[in-house]
Each structure stands twice: as C-alpha cells, then as structure tokens.
Design a protein around this ligand. Structure first.
Ligand code: IPE
Ligand code: IPE
Ligand code: MG
Length: 252
C-alpha cells in the first residue's frame, strides 16, 4: 500500500473541537474578552484550512453553548454580531473550496438576521462534496438527545413505531449529524478537561485531547500535534508531525 494511503486511513474522520480560552487569552493581555473572540476567528480559519487539506470528512466546532446565554448581555450580543459578520465574510470562500457549512443547535432563539444568514449559508453550500463544517451554536448535547426523543415520540403518536421497538438504532437517525460518522477525536483547548454539554451521544468512543493552548493561539501545528497524538493513541503505528505535513502537501 502506498504510504500516504496508509496515513489517510488512520486520520480521524470526524474531529470535534471545544474552542475554549478566548476570554483568558484576552485578559492576559489586558484586553476585553471580545478581543479574544475576534482573535479566535483566525484560529477557526486556520483549523478549517488545515483539516480540509487533510481531507478530514467532518469537523464540528463548538461556538456557543446553550449555557452561554448566561454570560453578560453585552458579550452575547457581540458574539452574535461576530457570527453574522464572519458568516457573511467567509461563506463565499468556503463555497469556492467545495466545503459544506451547517449550523447545529437550536437556532430559533437567534435574531432574524442571523437566522437568515445561516439559512443562506447552508443553502449555498448544501450540494458541495468536500468537508462538512458543523458550527455548534446554541447547541447542547442534552438538547440534541431531547429533540431526537421528541421526534421519536411523535413517530410513536403517529403509530409509525411502538415504544417496544425503540432502541439505540431507532433514536440515532433523529440526532443532529446522524449522517456523519461519530466523533473520533475531541479537542478542547485552554486546559479545561470537561465536555461542557457538547456532543454526548456522538462522543461515546472519541479519543479526548486536552491542550493548555488557548483557542486564539491554536494553529496548524497545534492541529497536527493533536492528530499525531490521535494516530499514536490508536496504535496503528508511530507517526510524526512531519509525516502528516508531507501528506497535507502531497494531497493539495
Ligand atoms: C470560548 O472562550 C468561546 C466561547 C465560549 C464563545 P471563552 O469565552 O469561554 O473564554 P474563557 O474560557 O472565559 O477564557
Ligand atoms: C464551552 O466553553 C462552550 C464553547 C466553547 C462554545 P465554556 O467556556 O462556555 O464552558 P465552561 O463554562 O467552562 O464549562
Ligand atoms: Mg470558557
């Protein structure tokens, strides 16, 4: 087998990232928290570019949790504004690169303008065949399971399925991201080691990688380091960051 083929097979298919530490990163420089969120956008761009070059099938980024509404109103407002401007600014480029963008979560609580931008971005890129980028916004792992259960209950009420027939396979299709493989690599930045109600079902067998790097400092090398760790964890064979870089350059 060709060496790079061997490597492609051992890459994670679905990477999920809890992008944490924007606020602390800004505070360490004596800047307001929103400065960290803005810097975090650059890290998102780098991460997407690197993952796409490696032909990762899907990447899911935790941008706003269902619990983040508890933050000061001003910060929430600024984050919403940032979503709108970034979506508007980046979507054409994503489309040009054949990438598919989806927003996962209860978007009904977002303002009309943001909901409209999200719908436009999803529609524009819906038929693209490259990497799927899921932005988890107003997402919670428990919400995901609850909304799946609600749909399943409706199916029971419509006599399409009986309660006795409900098992894992019956629930799974109603979860968000049901068409994608389960997450095989979870990354959380900023040294925190918890899931914070991110994907619960889909993380059942994920390898979990925690790094002390704050999100705005996360770059191509950081992602390669995480992937190298993942491949070595899987014990397929020892691999180095250089080998992954070579693969990335070979497959452009
Ligand atoms: C992650 O950074 C970004 C969002 C949750 C939107 P934080 O804002 O949580 O930054 P810290 O954890 O307070 O440093
Ligand atoms: C999780 O980070 C949510 C996102 C990264 C969007 P938080 O910073 O909100 O999580 P906690 O509060 O530390 O658990
Ligand atoms: Mg945080």
């Amino acid at each position: 087998m060709h060496n790079s083929q061997l490597f492609s097979d051992s890459l994670p298919k679905h990477i999920a990232i809890i992008m944490d530490g924007n606020g602390r990163w800004a505070k360490a420089q004596g800047k307001p928290r929103v400065f960290g969120h803005k810097a975090g956008v650059k890290a998102v761009r780098k991460t997407i570019t690197t993952a796409a070059r490696l032909h990762i099938q899907a990447i899911t980024l935790f941008a706003f949790s269902s619990e983040n509404w508890r933050r000061p109103e001003e910060e929430v407002g600024l984050l919403m504004e940032l979503f709108v401007t970034v979506l508007a600014r980046e979507i054409k480029k994503l489309h040009k690169n054949n990438l598919r963008l989806r927003v996962i979560g209860d978007t009904s609580r977002f303002n009309d303008k943001l909901q409209q931008k999200i719908a436009e971005a999803e529609a524009l890129t819906a038929d693209n065949t490259g990497m799927v980028i899921n932005i988890a916004a107003n997402y919670g792992g428990r919400w995901d399971i609850a909304q799946a259960a609600r749909q399943l209950a409706s199916a029971v009420a419509a006599n399409e399925i009986t309660p006795e027939q409900i098992d894992e396979q019956a629930l799974a299709p109603y979860l968000t991201m049901a068409d994608l493989p389960d997450v095989d690599l979870l990354i959380r930045t900023s040294g925190e080691c918890r899931i914070s109600n991110f994907m619960l079902w889909q993380l059942a067998y994920a390898e979990m990688y925690f790094t002390s790097v704050c999100w705005p400092d996360f770059n191509e090398d950081s992602l390669i380091e995480a992937i190298t760790w993942f491949i070595d964890r899987e014990r397929r064979f020892g691999c180095t960051g250089e080998q992954i870089k070579a693969l990335m350059n070979a497959e452009q």
